[in-house]
Design a binder for this molecule. Structure first.
Ligand SMILES: C[S@@+](CC[C@H](N)C(=O)[O-])C[C@H]1O[C@@H](n2cnc3c(N)ncnc32)[C@H](O)[C@@H]1O
Length: 296
């Protein structure tokens, strides 16, 4: 039973929808409607060709993100980990020599980088667990809730696969969340030295900031000055020359040595089927009772 992003997300969505239903006194159907209409609104915002007007502090906004975006973004990052040979070699070398990887996710959101690493390390069949310590930076503190739920779903997946002995699991994730605006370089002075990672990931953050923001350049420059020598930065963005130029501008300003640009494939990994989520969004209660029926 391989890791599938939609499989991981199903219990996350189901349990969070149940939580909203109980604590906001809404029926599951009302919660479902709320998520679907927010998903529609957010899709329009992302296509608006301006700063997307999103409010991730709202539960329905975060749940809509889990429903329509998280699997795709995790898939893209995992594709890069698997297909950029230099990056893959670097990550595997650190994992092999230290049995531990330290990853900083800027604009971390719900835990997509964690999902990508869980699937990537599972596929590598290294034969030992790698502890992956995430330093998560995001403006929106409320994302912690889904990060923890995704971590729990990953733990449950590997426990079902290999039993409770974590020594047999491919990944043991830990996460530390810091609320931080990535355009506020002065604010960094309150954080101390949290910049000790092997890998820094900027996954679909630029398009959220939208403009080619000099304050963000300054922030990344300050992170790069503090990052361990030899550490790697990965920037992932939408397709197109405008985003490529913005990534290059930021990287050049920060004095990071530019590696190769890679265009990822557009399709999801084989076996990833959005229908795996379907029941949880359509009839959550039923799904909770039925457990693993959708796994293959
Ligand atoms: C499109 S999401 C990407 C999330 C995740 N990296 C992924 O690929 O799924 C953008 C994230 O950036 C965060 N964000 C937006 N503006 C930010 C800012 N100025 N400082 C820190 N985080 C920010 C949002 O809260 C959101 O979690």
């Amino acid at each position: 039973m391989t890791v599938k992003f939609f499989d991981l997300l199903r219990p996350v969505l189901a349990s969070r929808m149940g939580y909203v239903s109980r604590h906001e006194k809404l029926t599951m159907e009302q919660v479902r409607e709320m998520i679907l209409s927010e998903a529609e609104r957010n899709s329009q915002e992302w296509r608006s060709n301006s700063i997307p007007n999103l409010n991730y502090s709202k539960t329905e906004c975060r749940l809509a993100y889990l429903y329509i975006v998280a699997a795709a973004n995790a898939n893209t990052f995992k594709w890069i980990l698997s297909n950029d040979e230099k990056l893959k070699q670097y990550v595997l070398d650190v994992a092999k020599t230290k049995r531990r990887l330290k990853v900083c996710a800027l604009g971390a959101g719900p835990g997509t980088e964690l999902m990508a690493f869980a699937k990537f390390l599972d596929e590598q069949t290294l034969g030992y667990p790698v502890r992956v310590d995430f330093q998560l930076l995001d403006l929106v503190r409320e994302w912690q809730d889904s990060w923890n739920a995704i971590r729990d779903a990953i733990d449950a997946h590997f426990e079902a696969q290999h039993g409770v002995d974590q020594g047999k699991w491919p990944i043991m994730p830990t996460g530390s969340f810091t609320q931080q605006d990535v355009t506020d370089t002065e604010g960094m002075s309150n954080l101390g030295d949290i910049w000790t990672q092997d890998l820094f990931v900027v996954n679909f953050l630029l398009s959220e900031l939208f403009k080619d923001d000099p304050d963000f350049h300054s922030f990344i420059t300050a992170v790069a000055e503090r990052a361990p020598s030899g550490s790697r930065f990965v920037f992932i963005e939408r397709w197109g020359p405008m985003w490529a130029t913005r990534m290059k501008n930021c990287i050049a300003k920060a004095g990071i040595k530019l590696g190769e640009f890679t265009e990822s494939k557009e399709s999801l990994d084989s076996g990833e089927r959005p229908e795996l989520l379907g029941r949880s969004i359509n009839s959550c209660q039923e799904h909770l009772a039925e457990g693993d029926e959708h796994r293959d």
